[in-house]
Ligand binder design. Structure first.
Ligand code: AP5
Ligand code: ZN
Ligand code: ZN
Length: 213
């Protein structure tokens, strides 16, 4: 399966991805995770991406399209993939179609994490992540066994630099202005499944499984 996850910041894309990935043996490509790793390692890509990310703006189409083009070549992605946070502009969506066409493939389903903006600040400001694995926690909705500590490795959890109310506002603006048109792009192709992303994680998972079966 070739899946795209689209939704505003905090809508649950990163929370649902590992579950779908294991269920269907897909690779998980999250452009945000890849960019954060590049920023942390201070690679040339990371240096170029940092300013936009800190402001909650989108990184240039060329940079992210390049990352995805490379990542799709990985052997683990040949059976199928989950794109989490890509495409985020109509230009990115068109480029993705071109990349897949060359490989004789196409997008099977777009999971649209539909949710009201008002719920997102609490989700974003309570989020803690384990950076090396991408595991995600929430102080109220998904607390770790010990505060600030990853359940699996015992390593410390961190908060994302862009998870502040002010930067969230700008991320939401980017979403409505630049990413919602992507949902319409795929609606015209008839491959969008809408998810009730404000519900409990288990309920969202079960709607996903129905949409994919
Ligand atoms: P990115 O990392 O993609 O961030 P985002 O889209 O803002 O999405 P989030 O990761 O914040 O939300 P999520 O939906 O994964 O939520 P989660 O599951 O963690 O992008 C970051 C930046 O990188 C962008 O701003 C941009 O600069 C750049 N970038 C990335 N891709 C790009 C692209 N294609 N083009 C250009 N620039 C790009 O959940 C959030 C919290 O809520 C967690 O604490 C979780 O435990 C909790 N939670 C989850 N589900 C539920 C639920 N059902 N009920 C209660 N709590 C829940
Ligand atoms: Zn995420
Ligand atoms: Zn909107």
């Amino acid at each position: 399966k070739r899946l795209i996850l689209v939704g505003p910041p905090g809508s649950g894309k990163g929370t649902q991805s590992p579950l779908i990935k294991d269920e269907y043996c897909l690779c998980h490509l999250a452009t945000g995770d890849m960019l954060r790793a590049a920023v942390a390692a201070k690679t040339p890509l990371g240096v170029k991406a940092k300013e936009a990310m800190d402001k909650g703006e989108l990184v240039s189409d060329d940079l992210v399209v390049g990352i995805i083009d490379d990542a799709l070549k990985k052997p683990s992605c040949q059976k199928g993939f989950i794109l989490d946070g890509f495409p985020r502009t109509v230009v990115q969506a068109e480029k993705l179609d071109e990349m897949l066409e060359k490989r004789g493939a196409k997008v099977d389903k777009v999971l649209n994490f539909a949710i009201d903006d008002a719920i997102l600040e609490e989700r974003i400001t309570g989020r803690w992540i384990h950076p090396s694995s991408g595991r995600t926690y929430h102080t109220k909705f998904a607390p770790p066994k010990a505060p600030g500590i990853d359940d699996v490795t015992g390593e410390p959890l961190i908060q994302r630099k862009d998870d502040t109310p002010a930067v969230l506002k700008s991320r939401l603006e980017s979403f409505h202005r630049q990413t919602e048109p992507v949902i319409d792009y795929y609606k015209k192709k008839g491959i969008v499944a809408n998810l009730p992303a404000e519900k409990k994680p288990e309920e969202v998972t079960s709607v996903i499984n129905k949409a994919l079966s």
